[in-house]
Design a protein around this ligand. Sequence first.
Ligand code: O2Y
Ligand code: MN
Length: 671
Amino acid sequence: MSSLISLRNIFTRRTYNVAKSLAAQTHLHHGLRHKSSAASDAIAAASIKVANGNLNDLQPHVRQYVLEKAGLCKPDQIYICDGSEEENQSFIKQLEKDGLLKKLPKYDNCYLALTDPKDVARVEHKTVISTKNQRDTIPIVEDGIKGQVGYWMSPRKLQEELDDRFPGCMKGRTMYVIPFSMGPIGSPLGKIGIELTDSLYVVASMRIMTRMGAAAMKAIGSGEFVKCLHSIGQPLPMEKKPTNHWPCNPPKTLITHIPDKREIASFGSGYGGNSLLGKKCFALRIASRIAKDEGWLAEHMLILGLTNPQGVKRYVAAAFPSACGKTNLAMINPTLPGWKAECVGDDIAWMKFDEEGRLRAINPEYGFFGVAPGTSHDTNPNAMETIKSNTVFTNVAETGDGGFFWEGLEKEVDKNVDITTWLGHKNWHKDMLSDAGKKILSAHPNSRFCAPASQCPVMDPAWEDPRGVPIDAIIFGGRRPKGVPLVYEAFNWQHGVFIGASMRSEATAAAQDASGKAMPKVVMHDPFAMRPFFGYNFGDYLAHWLSFQEKPGYKLPKIFHVNWFRKDSNGSFMWPGFGENTRVLEWIFKRCNEDNVAEKSAIGYVPTEGSINLDGLKESVDMHGLYHLPKDFWLEECQAIRKYLKEQVNKDLPEAIKLELDALEQRVRKM
Ligand code: O2Y
Ligand code: MN
């Protein structure tokens, strides 16, 4: 290997020259392929500079993947990340120099990133899964129906789209090689991935969100890893200066998954779920498919440990659609005396039945990528503590004293402090309107904090236990202003799977219209809170969940549904929520102990009179109102669920789910 030293570069550069051995290796199987042969890509990559690390030290199948993609994307150099603090600091310095990160001096090692306003969220309609047969990805719907549970792309079309994007897409840039572990390294429930990216922001964020670096690389050995390729899609030189120093390519953004090959390729966006490929792409879409193949579950769920005043501990996993306060619940501060809640994870759970038949869960992530607006010392003091240091904020507002700001922090900043919005409006105040008369927000509604989980003051002592934590209850929830009680319990596993399939939640299509008026809210279906994240046909997913009830010796957790968001006739919330939700968790806990605190209703078991502990509640609560089950509402609910399942799952709907719906409707009719 020859060595080149460049004064322009802070790193030692090497040139990798293994053309012969590569040509010999490239007959091995490939996933995403470019028009030219893998061998020629690899040979083209063979003279590439290596800024850090040594390609010779990589396992042959890892080296082959890196070189094949380098040959395709044609970066100026490759940098193999070791994950060290020293390396991270050099990346942060570089990001500051490039104008991509700005230090927030009010805190320790915190930074602000502002994106191109065209690149601010996951883009569902540009996120596809490619399998040979369409039906392996999505149920086939009738003519005139728009499928809502995933987007399929044929392998041929996918190849065309990739060929249109990836060749030469990293010219002039560095391709970073990020080895990362989802789950504690060495955990039997964990998996390894390698993300190749030309975004240093992604590298810095992946270091927070995953266990990234040399140990993850070593853990691959000769084993499998999930292949993750990411490019911002702006080779150098760029035709136009990037907005906010945030290069991206929104018109060409495409996030693709090939579950058969355990492969992801994402192009054009540098933001969140589109670019931190360990999160939604790997840990949910690809992992849900791996989970189906291997007999476990990859779910969009928080994991929470609860200890009662007697010291008995139980863990629950809970799925909520967005805007239901999932991160707040994951970090809840119980208001009930003597109760303790501890956080294992706030977004994703990988769960597998162990040899004793207990369902055990890990949080595959290492950090939180939480929504900033609405987070405050009132709503989530533990999150506020977590983000005081070593955190990257994206698209939040900045205060004149070098701090962060967003909607919800009004009480927490000095009234006289200057606020600059994420879009650069100076001297912001809450009634500020744009020229078009539109309300100007300080932070983007999807602005985020990216913070290490280890900094959360209520992390569970077992959050990194490689065996996972035992799950006693699974909770589904939604934002339901009408008709749905505070809590109910499924009659059995099959009924619980039906409840997951029927999940609905109130959501806004957009935060406001052009005139600044709030948009009307609609109740949307979001089965298992997985609608955007299914890695395979939703009907098959239901069958997979149902299959666990057939497994001898499996101790199935109880399944519940909660709703903190019921409103009275004046439009006021009927339940105080936040820390008071522990009262509902206490009831769930008692049910896990088989306590006799439930009675049968048409929709499931509901709490018996007085069994939800209301001691010490500051305001009175209308429990009868919270439990009222209006017959008309539930008949309409059955109709809506029937229509949705018929249209969206069609022939792939398991008979057991249809039977559960029929049974619910019959029970409701008898109410
Ligand atoms: O918009 C994004 O890219 C972030 S999406 C996200 C991030 C953290 C946790 N959950 C989600 C989600 O969409 O469920
Ligand atoms: Mn999520």
